[in-house]
Ligand binder design. Structure first.
Ligand code: NBP
Length: 467
């Protein structure tokens, strides 16, 4: 029997597209999907699909699938995160040999990945948690890949992963070994956290503009920005979404304003809280989605306003673009700081310039800014201290203030812009009011405080009631 170079389990949206991408790059591939219930025909349908390549062999029996793979076996699991991943791993283990490589390409929570990595290592198997971004289209034509696990295991799958990945402006693959253990799934999670805030900023701009401009005009404005430093995949698709019609109606105008989520934004936010990192923008973007979900309550409360109109002050378009770039700088800064902190804690040696480079194509947060960040990281890993970044933030503070004031005047919530501004003000303030917090803590709980009139780092307590 001919053996395949690679195996893939899970012919869902992503699995099918990745399979075609792998085959197109000239690798022989075995694919497996379970055959429960309605899924009995999934493999046959895929293999019979006109686009399917001869180099793909389909299997409905796991033993046959495993036998069809060359050694060491390299198997990509593309199933939903959580229990399905463990179910597939349990099915695989008795059939595998030591040294075989399992890759989880789903959006798994990084702590699950770390546990699986350690447990499988003890049993002699290699496990790579690989973040994949780009959606269905990216998976088919070239996603951004974020593989973790051991460098040795990565070296055995590098050729295939790099072949299917998107290529950056210099034709280098948007795939780099991120770090050991769960590093790959960790950075994918933060990628999604950054994505949440990037999406929310665009939604807030749309909210500020729509009382004064129609969809076509907002789309035109976004298209203009697309040609500038503000260009990005998300800006581009937003510009297209704004003018897509169903008959004579814009589809956007018919979409209920209740945002869904699959949890990666809240995972990122929880992680920021756990690591003591002020990732305020992604967290605010998550909360904005949660508030949007309270549609019935919003409709109910709104009725008490007697249809009073609110938007009267037109926003200044130049300020908007400057404020947008400002807020995106803060968002990316916060995201990369969170990655740095986790890398320190978990002992991952993450090359930030390489990571940013691998996000310049193929993924949802690819942008002109990301290309600049990849270069800026080559001369230092503290983005906010970069002269260009700092000067931009400093000089565009008034534009963000202007945007926020416009939002407040028109009663348009702009939480994410507000968080960017607030963070910038706080991070550049020498004396915050936390001395009062420390005093309160010491007053009611004897939690101690440090003093600013000594050079030592000792902690002090005051008997407040006796003073
Ligand atoms: P789909 O829901 O389209 O496909 C999931 C696949 O998992 C199906 O083939 C399903 O088989 C299979 N599966 C499940 Br669910 N439980 C299984 C089990 N216990 N044993 C065997 N197979 C099982 O998901 P998708 O959109 O392709 O996403 C897959 C992963 O990739 C997810 O973790 C997702 O978060 C991640 N991801 C998705 C995107 C995207 O844009 N969609 C982007 C990046 C990452 P069945 O056919 O029998 O139900």
């Amino acid at each position: 029997m001919n053996v395949s170079a690679f195996g893939l389990i899970g012919l869902g949206v992503m699995g099918k597209s990745l399979s075609l991408n792998i085959a197109e790059k000239g690798f022989t591939l075995s694919v497996y999907n379970r055959t429960e219930g309605d899924e009995a025909h999934v493999v046959d349908d895929f293999i019979n699909d006109t686009e399917t390549f001869d180099s793909i062999s389909g299997f409905k029996n796991m033993e046959d699938f495993i036998r069809s793979l060359e050694s060491p076996r390299k198997i990509l699991i593309m199933v939903k995160s959580g229990p399905p991943v463990d179910a597939v791993i349990s099915q695989l283990k008795p059939l595998l040999d030591p040294g075989d490589i399992i890759i989880d390409g789903g959006n798994s929570y990084f702590k699950d990945t770390q546990e699986r990595y350690e447990a499988l290592k003890k049993e002699g198997f290699n496990f790579i948690g690989c973040g994949i971004s780009g959606g269905e289209e990216g998976a088919r034509t070239g996603p951004s890949l974020m593989p973790g696990g051991s460098a040795e295991a990565y070296s055995k799958v590098k050729t295939i992963l790099e072949a299917i990945a998107a290529k950056d402006a210099q034709q280098q693959p948007c795939c780099t070994h991120i770090g050991s253990g769960a590093a790959g799934h960790f950075v994918k999670m933060i990628h999604n956290g950054i994505e949440y805030a990037e999406m929310q900023l665009l939604a807030e701009l749309y909210a500020l503009l729509r009382p004064f401009y129609n969809n076509q005009a907002i789309s035109d404005l976004f298209s203009q920005w697309q040609q500038t430093r503000s260009g990005s995949f998300l800006l581009d698709i937003s510009s297209k979404i704004l003018i897509t019609k169903e008959g004579n109606t814009y589809i956007l105008d018919r979409i209920l304003d209740k945002a869904g989520n699959k949890g990666t934004g809240s995972w990122s936010s929880e992680t920021a809280l756990d690591l003591g990192q002020p990732s305020t923008m992604m967290t605010s973007a998550v909360f904005s989605r949660y508030i949007s979900a309270l549609k019935e309550k919003r409709v109910d409360l709104r009725k008490r306003f007697n249809n009073q109109t609110e938007s009267t002050q037109e926003p200044d378009l130049q300020s908007l673009e400057k404020a947008y770039y400002f807020a995106r700088l803060i968002n990316h800064y916060q995201g990369f700081e969170l990655i740095k902190e986790a890398a320190k804690l978990y002992g991952w040696n993450i090359n930030l310039a390489e990571l940013a480079r691998s996000w310049t194509r193929g993924c949802i947060i690819q942008s002109e800014l990301m290309s600049k960040i990849a270069i800026w990281f080559q001369s230092g890993d503290d983005l906010i201290k970069n002269d260009t970044v700092f000067e931009h933030l400093k000089s565009n503070e008034p534009a963000v203030l202007d945007l926020i004031q416009n939002g407040l005047a028109n009663r348009v919530p702009v939480d994410c812009f507000y968080q960017a501004y607030h963070f910038w003000i706080a991070i550049t303030t020498e004396n915050l009011s936390a001395n009062l917090i420390q005093a309160q803590r010491d007053y009611f709980g004897a939690h101690l405080y440090q003093r600013n009139d000594t050079q030592n780092s000792k902690f002090y307590h005051t008997n407040w009631l006796d003073s």
